[in-house]
Design a protein around this ligand. Structure first.
Ligand code: CMP
Length: 139
């Protein structure tokens, strides 16, 4: 059975471009409920740890540099079938391929600076939510 929680980050580029409010409004309009929200700046080491699953990929170092370049918004979201529903909602990883009107199409500027992260499994959603929030901070 699929879970009802996913984890997202508004990435540094979208924060720097002033899109926090528009992206959060769009997420809410999409039917996702905010269960926890935090503004946070990842250190290089924290970004490496968060994206450890990609450590062997050629884009790892530039992804880490980009993700630690400025503050992010971290959030836990609730919806039915949340992980898959959110991945579908935000659009393809590369903004150039993302569907019209999706967050990544509207606010992403490159594959790394693709506006938002979304968990890829229920297990990773739980791990990623726990990376940023204690259980007492998740409502
Ligand atoms: P995200 O959902 O945060 O998960 C991993 C990130 O790696 C992804 O979004 C992209 O921003 C980034 N990335 C950079 N290059 C690639 C690539 N070639 N394929 C997949 N992800 C990439």
């Amino acid at each position: 059975m699929s879970g009802n929680i996913t984890f997202t980050m508004i990435k540094p580029g979208a924060v720097a471009d002033g899109h926090i409010g528009a992206i959060m409004a769009k997420i809410a309009e999409g039917g996702f409920k905010f269960k926890a929200v935090k503004m946070f700046r990842l250190s290089k080491e924290q970004a490496e740890s968060f994206y450890a699953v990609h450590s062997a990929r050629p884009f790892f170092n530039s992804l880490v540099a980009s993700m630690s370049s400025g503050p992010i918004i971290a959030a836990v979201l609730e919806n039915e079938n949340a992980v898959l529903a959110y991945r579908d909602f935000i659009g393809a990883t590369n903004p150039a391929d993302a569907k019209e009107g999706s967050i990544r199409k509207l606010y992403g500027t490159s594959i790394e600076s693709n506006a938002v992260h979304g968990s890829d499994s229920d297990e990773n959603a739980r791990i990623e939510a726990n990376f940023f929030f204690s259980s007492m901070e998740q409502f």
